[in-house]
Write a protein that binds this ligand. Structure first.
Ligand SMILES: O=C(O)CCC(=O)C(=O)O
Ligand SMILES: [Fe+2]
Length: 292
């Protein structure tokens, strides 16, 4: 199995608890990731058929429209497993379980599934420094938060400093919720060093998580992270899957039930989108967050 790799990767459990993030190199092999790249391209092209952000149940495409960006860009897709048998298996592959089980146990639900693109030339492809708790109900007990929900970031394309790889602040998960970027959309503007210093963080400690395709980075709901705008001529397709200990949450789709890989059912479950059943769509969402 792919876990027989570098020491930094073998120690991922301790590294995650201690520093709030960890890297596992080579979780998926070249053949697997080549297939993932092709399938991600197919999902991107489906997204391009929508003139604006589109949602149908949990499936979502976040679009920067021509009217704003001069041409159409797909920035994110959510829950594309509903239109991709390949990614439906990928989200609950044995490789995922080998990393999940030591952290969350044998019963695991999936709360988020996202592809993030940074097409060259697209405006607003950076993510201000933040903690993902920003997107969840607020809770105080950080130990519980760090054990309940873990983000898996898988490099589909190479992730480099130039194309806006993920950046993390080691040990920041020990500081509680800091309210970073709470004043506006996460993909507008950049994080200034003063904002980090004010929150008690040292900008010099930021780690750029450069990854090869198939590498994994994990981080928690309290880990401060973000990424820069893509300044290169290469896209950065990055997959983020968020998993939760099933004992602690009714939300999310089963991924592993008593250790068994579990496919999606007939109808989506409430994950992050609370109004799923009242407003299933399909619909366009033209809130123009990018303009204001
Ligand atoms: O895609 C990235 O670089 C980071 C995205 C992120 O942190 C988020 O969506 O919460
Ligand atoms: Fe995030």
């Amino acid at each position: 199995m792919a876990l027989a790799v570098a020491q930094e990767s073998r120690d991922f459990v301790d590294h995650y608890w201690e520093h709030g993030y960890a890297i596992v190199r080579g979780l998926f092999n070249q053949a697997e990731i080549a297939e993932a790249q092709a399938e991600a391209q197919r999902i991107y092209q489906i997204g391009m058929q929508h003139h604006a952000t589109y949602r149908h149940k949990n499936l979502l495409f976040e679009i920067l429209p021509e009217s704003f960006a001069g041409r159409r860009y797909v920035m994110q897709a959510h829950w594309f497993s509903w239109i991709s048998p390949f990614f439906e298996r990928f989200r609950r592959a044995p490789q995922m379980y080998s990393v999940l089980q030591p952290l969350l146990g044998r019963n695991v639900r999936q709360i988020a599934q996202q592809l993030h693109w940074k097409p060259p030339g697209a405006p607003l492809s950076g993510y201000r420094m933040h903690q993902d708790l920003r997107f969840r109900e607020r809770q105080e007990d950080f130990k519980d938060l760090m054990t309940t929900n873990i983000n898996f970031g898988i490099a589909i394309d190479p992730a480099t400093k130039a194309n806006g790889c993920l950046r993390v602040v080691p040990d920041s998960h020990k500081k509680g919720y800091l309210g970073l970027a709470d004043d506006g959309p996460i993909m507008k503007g950049t994080t200034q060093e003063e904002e980090l210093v004010k929150a008690g963080l040292d900008p010099a400690r930021i780690v750029d998580v450069e990854l090869d395709p198939g590498d994994l980075v994990i981080w928690g709901l309290l880990t401060v992270h973000g990424s820069q705008q893509n300044t290169s001529d290469k896209d950065r397709c990055f997959m983020i899957q968020s998993y939760t200990k099933a004992e602690n949450s009714d939300r999310g789709e089963w991924a592993f039930r008593d250790g068994f890989s579990t496919p999606l059912g007939d109808e989506p479950r409430v994950c992050k989108y609370t109004a799923l059943h009242e407003k299933p769509g399909p619909m366009y969402i033209e809130d123009k967050w990018y303009q204001n």
